[in-house]
Ligand binder design. Structure first.
Ligand SMILES: [Fe+2]
Length: 333
């Protein structure tokens, strides 16, 4: 009982009230508010949201153990979801509805992707040609010496990209790619994706990689200086003649000791519904995971159709530790 009280005072509701869902969220997007209130409107199930940084949330759920009030964990990046899975925090999802809606490469037994984002190459239009950066492999070519800007190699977005390269090319080729990229750095890695995009526009670097929703955000911004950035840069869908452009995901899983299991499953099924898929696309500029979901987002439409890598999200998770080891070895910090 004491443990239970401690859990309640933490902000989430205890078991017993079926019209409740305790959602642990590490998605950092304000537009998610509408996504959640629409679920409550449709189902009458109230959402108690605990927001936090990924690592802290995972630690918290682990420490709460059997008494954890957490029903669903929602976060971004395959590597992070698989970390939660490896910690044994999830229970299997057995929903025929979700199996039918979400393509097999975007789900595992224990967690499911609900939206995707692509990791594209951006280049300075006045100093680099699109044809020079058609593939991720080009980032390691000597022709780009002193031109590549990057965020830290330890960031999950770059680790997942590297994991996909290991999965496709093998470890040895992936390592020489990473060495080549490091040799081409314009400056030591720092900042986030938007900082790299800005640095390319400012001429501090010739190329960088970034997630598509950061680009869409700048395209849709009401600030003239944001749109001016987009004028200066070009965007390339890498590897269109090969495996396709690397995509990462945002996804969710049901926690092992979820007190409201039924609400949790309904919530996951809601995330795959037409209206929720539209929120991901229109609110946060992500692509729907559900095939054929209709969206209305001018920035995504302008970015255009592309061939996405269909490597299973499981593989991204599987090679993550290896990706980190190689980055450490080659000094991609
Ligand atoms: Fe992000």
């Amino acid at each position: 009982m004491l443990m239970l009280l401690a859990a309640i005072s933490g902000g989430a509701a205890a078991a017993g009230d079926p019209a409740t869902l305790n959602l642990y969220s590490a998605r950092h997007y304000q537009t998610d508010e509408a996504l959640y209130s629409e679920f409550t409107r449709q189902t009458g199930i109230r959402i108690n949201r605990i927001e936090g940084k990924e690592d802290e949330l995972l630690e918290r759920i682990r420490n709460e153990g059997r008494n954890s009030p957490a029903d669903v964990l929602i976060t971004v990046d395959a590597a992070r979801l698989s970390t939660a899975d490896e910690m044994g925090l999830f229970q299997p999802i057995a929903s025929k509805k979700l199996e039918a809606k979400i393509p097999a490469h975007l789900r595992t037994d224990d967690w499911i992707a609900f939206s995707t984002r692509a990791r594209v190459i951006v280049y300075a239009k006045d100093s680099v040609q699109a044809s020079d950066v058609a593939n991720y492999a080009d980032l390691a070519q000597p022709k780009l010496k002193g031109k590549v800007c990057s965020r830290s190699g330890s960031h999950p977005y770059n680790l997942s990209l590297m994991a996909s390269i290991i999965a496709h090319e093998g470890e040895a080729k992936a390592e020489s790619w990473a060495r080549g990229v490091v040799a081409n750095f314009a400056r030591p890695p720092r900042g986030g994706d938007t900082d790299q995009i800005k640095a390319v526009a400012a001429g501090e670097c010739g190329v960088a990689v970034a997630n598509t929703y950061y680009l869409a955000r700048l395209m849709r911004s009401d600030k003239a200086e944001d749109r001016a950035i987009m004028e200066k840069i070009g965007v390339v869908w890498p590897d269109q003649k090969g495996a396709g452009t690397h995509i990462n995901i945002s996804g969710a899983g049901i926690l092992k000791y979820a007190p409201h299991r039924e609400s949790a499953e309904r919530f996951l099924e809601y995330l795959a519904s037409d209206s929720a898929q539209r929120y991901f696309a229109d609110g946060n500029n992500e692509w729907p995971a559900v095939t054929g979901a209709r969206i209305d987002n001018p920035a995504l439409a302008a970015l255009g159709p592309f061939k996405a890598d269909t490597l299973p999200v499981k593989s991204l998770a599987m090679y993550r530790a290896k990706a980190q080891m190689i980055f450490d070895r080659v000094g991609y910090r």
